[in-house]
Design a protein around this ligand. Structure first.
Ligand SMILES: [Fe+2]
Length: 264
């Protein structure tokens, strides 16, 4: 494995140690996601070898400054298929590695390379490596562009969560960066996933159905010392219309003119 990574580093010195960093970040993300030791080990290898197919891509394409044409970009993306083919005899016992190498340029919303997979049909290892790869690529300087700062890279990743990247993996990376002290507290990443009970995830500022139920049960509990706790002002008891069923118990000083006790 080290020989293959060394060969890639020798071919494209601009991405020197990129694979090692992707590997380390992928393993950290796997820990945040609660994946087991086996999966962490697969991700360590997958991160090291994800771009090994670039050995089979012309070096002038890898180092060309400026934008590539569509045909050139497709030729570069072929490193996914080339890499999987190279590693197949070596990694028979590591299917997740092969999947990550092949699918780390798929898009979460579909239409990626090489198979156009969509959402959770993309192997988890590939979704993790894709986020780690994009983050490291953005925060590394290349001959044709300067490195982005961590905050700007995080902003880009957040903007692409749900379209290019799995939102759960973006969230895991944000937690890794926060633990490493490289960014502040992560905010919520937009997601389309439903909650465990199948209810749609509430939008920002809204209460979920479960939370509304909990609040209602708590508010209607038997031991509320103040029955007007958290009631809006216009529902407070001293403004409530009196009736025989609900006699007004407000103190005379606070009672309105409608209050029987105040009127008597
Ligand atoms: Fe790649």
């Amino acid at each position: 494995m080290r020989a293959l990574v060394g060969a890639l580093d020798a071919k494209d010195a601009d991405t020197w140690q990129h694979s090692s960093r992707v590997s380390a970040v992928s393993v950290a993300m796997a820990r945040v996601l609660g994946l087991d030791d086996r999966m962490q080990s697969e991700l360590r290898i997958a991160g090291e070898l994800h771009d090994v197919g670039k050995i089979g891509v012309p070096v002038e394409l890898l180092r060309r400054p400026g934008r590539l044409t569509a045909a050139e970009y497709r030729a570069v993306l072929l490193h996914t298929v080339i890499g999987e083919r190279m590693l197949r005899p070596l990694m028979r016992r590591h299917p997740q590695v092969l999947q990550a190498v092949r699918s780390h340029h798929e898009r979460f919303a579909g239409g990626g390379f090489p198979d156009g997979l969509h959402g959770y049909a993309i192997p988890l290892a590939a979704r993790i490596v894709a986020v780690a790869d994009a983050f490291d690529a953005m925060t590394s300087s290349r001959p044709y562009r300067a490195a982005l700062g961590v905050t700007a890279a995080v902003r880009e990743l957040r903007a692409s969560a749900g379209t290019q990247f799995d939102p759960a993996c973006v969230r895991a990376l944000l937690i890794v960066l926060r633990v490493q002290g490289r960014v502040g507290r992560p905010r919520a990443v937009p997601t389309r996933r439903a909650t465990r009970c199948g209810e749609p995830r509430p939008r920002r500022g809204m209460m979920s159905v479960a939370a509304r139920g909990r609040r209602a049960r708590w508010l209607s509990g038997p031991a509320r010392a103040d029955p007007d706790w958290r009631r809006p002002r216009w529902l407070a008891s001293d403004h409530r219309r009196p009736s025989a069923a609900t006699p007004c118990i407000a103190a005379p000083a606070r009672a309105g003119p409608h209050c029987r006790r105040g009127a008597s």
